[in-house]
Design a protein around this ligand. Structure first.
Ligand SMILES: [Ca+2]
Ligand SMILES: [Zn+2]
Length: 499
């Protein structure tokens, strides 16, 4: 939607080097939801896109948008998404001033036709070193072209999402310096200012997925110079995570192929449309077939089952679940909010083994949603981690895949058999308490954890015994079972074996 509201001039980036405002340069800016509310006193959703009027000097149009629904597809309402085969794809990118941050990707991440699959993925972005004032990047397109559009994309959950830069162009003629460092005004050495961009909202957070599109009469250039500034100086982490820069040749024969077109996403509904599950294998296309054949039916069947297994009063489990395969994770899988991240390498090595069960475990975390206790109840007790993981592994190993016997107590792990032994050990304990004392123990524990009222008295109320007493009894049961087994094995030795 276009807003009639005029943003106030946000001023120059606060930096040691400041630049004079040049007449006739388009500014792009975003207002925050919060700011907008002040003007309209209406709860109009999300962020608006708007264009400042152009002046007669530079016929440049700059539009910025903060994505309301940021995903790996980088699909914007009013802007085209990142392109793969644009003129920047084969251009040369050079850092003219400033230093790349070692935690990020190289400057070539800016034109590799790829974007991050998640909101905080340093390796898939380029950003200047933490604590620095940003820097300058030169793009050499190889020859002069008539530029139709220059688009820049960024993504980060906090202040490193917004974009602040000045853009210059040159055809390289005359008294030209291709690599002017900070302190040298580009206008003095053969460059022309094309646009000034600042997508920071006047108030509120800078985080999110941003797209900026500079278009209309940009001009004929071979070189582009980005002078990039941090979005804030309050801490060292103000340098924007830039994901992609596109330069579109006005006379390019075909429309640019967008990144979104290559996104591999399988979306399905379950439980009569109540839940919507998205599985994204863009980062691991080889897994797509397995996902469709093996994982999708499990997610479809088990997400609503887990919801029914873990009810509590007035609680609605997240209705949207995203399962996203990612590169470079250090753990097999993780859950946060309604999103499950899957380590694509670990999954491809465990397709026949633990892969499906790992997703079931993470789906339990999404349904558990115990973090809400602290948000809703200032006096919330915290639920011990061993119980959170124990419930996830109880559902996984005893309800989802009991046939794998993956959470048995054996001679090998009996020494670690404590009720708070975490993961599958606690899962085994919960299964034993369920069968022996209280069919609804997991439901009770879950409801308390979600409300922020978990305490040890719960065990005694449900079973008549403390959790320590239950733990001791459970361990003694397994010790006796294992001893009897060992004995029966000895007795079962054949004559041959007895020799
Ligand atoms: Ca990229
Ligand atoms: Zn877990």
């Amino acid at each position: 939607m276009n807003s009639s509201f005029k943003p106030k001039n946000l001023g120059e980036p606060r930096l040691a080097h400041s630049f004079k405002d040049t007449d006739g340069v388009a500014w792009a800016s975003l207002e925050s939801t919060r700011n907008r509310m002040k003007f309209h006193a209406l709860a109009i959703a999300a962020i608006c896109v708007f264009v400042l009027e152009r002046t007669s000097i530079a016929e440049v149009r700059t539009v910025a948008e903060r994505n309301e629904n940021p995903t790996a597809r980088f699909k914007f309402k009013n802007l085209s998404g990142p392109a793969k085969n644009d003129a920047a794809a084969k251009a040369r990118f050079t850092i003219v001033d400033g230093t790349a941050d070692g935690n990020g990707g190289s400057v070539d991440k800016l034109h590799d036709g790829r974007v991050p699959t998640d909101e905080d993925q340093p390796s898939e972005n380029f950003f200047f070193r933490a604590g620095s004032d940003g820097g300058r990047i030169l793009i050499d397109l190889g020859s002069v072209i008539e530029i139709g559009q220059i688009n820049t994309y960024s993504w980060h959950p906090t202040t490193r999402g917004a974009q602040v830069y000045h853009l210059y162009g040159s055809d390289g003629q005359g008294d030209f310096n291709a690599q002017p460092k900070r302190g040298t005004a580009p206008e003095q050495c053969g460059w022309r200012l094309v646009a000034k961009v600042d997508t920071r909202p006047a108030a509120g957070e800078n985080g999110g997925q941003y797209g900026v599109s500079i278009s209309e009469t940009i001009g004929r250039y071979r070189y582009l110079l980005f002078d990039i500034f941090p979005t804030e100086q309050a801490d060292a982490f103000g340098n924007t995570f830039y994901s992609e820069i596109d330069v579109l040749d006005l006379h390019a024969p075909e429309a640019a192929e967008t990144v979104a077109a290559q996104t591999i996403e399988h979306v399905f509904e379950t439980d009569g449309g109540k839940y919507r599950i998205t599985i994204d294998t863009t980062a691991a296309p080889d897994l797509t077939e397995w996902v469709d054949r093996e994982l999708a039916p499990v997610a479809q069947g088990w997400y609503p089952r887990i919801v029914r297994l873990l009810p509590s009063e007035g609680y609605e489990a997240p209705s949207q679940v995203a399962i996203v395969f990612r590169d470079g994770m250090t753990v097999p899988a993780a859950a946060s909010g309604g999103r499950i991240s899957c380590n694509s390498r670990w999954f491809s090595q465990n397709l026949k083994g633990e892969a499906r069960g790992a997703v079931v475990h993470e789906m339990v975390h999404i349904v558990q949603n115990y973090g809400r206790a602290r948000r809703n109840n200032p006096n919330a007790t915290s639920t011990p981690g061993w119980l959170v993981e124990g419930i996830a592994d109880y559902i996984r190993w005893f309800l989802f895949e009991p046939e794998t016997k993956g959470a048995e107590i054996t001679q090998r792990n009996i020494s670690r058999a404590k009720y708070d032994g975490n993961y599958r050990i606690t899962g085994n304990f919960l299964n034993w308490v369920t069968e022996k004392y209280a069919k609804d123990i997991v439901q009770r524990l879950n409801a308390a954890a979600r409300a922020g009222t978990y305490n040890e008295a719960l065990w005694k109320n449900a079973t008549g015994k403390t959790v320590q007493e239950l733990g001791d009894e459970w361990k003694a049961f397994h010790q006796a079972r294992l001893a009897a087994n060992a004995e029966s094995k000895i007795n079962a030795l054949t004559d041959e074996e007895r020799k």
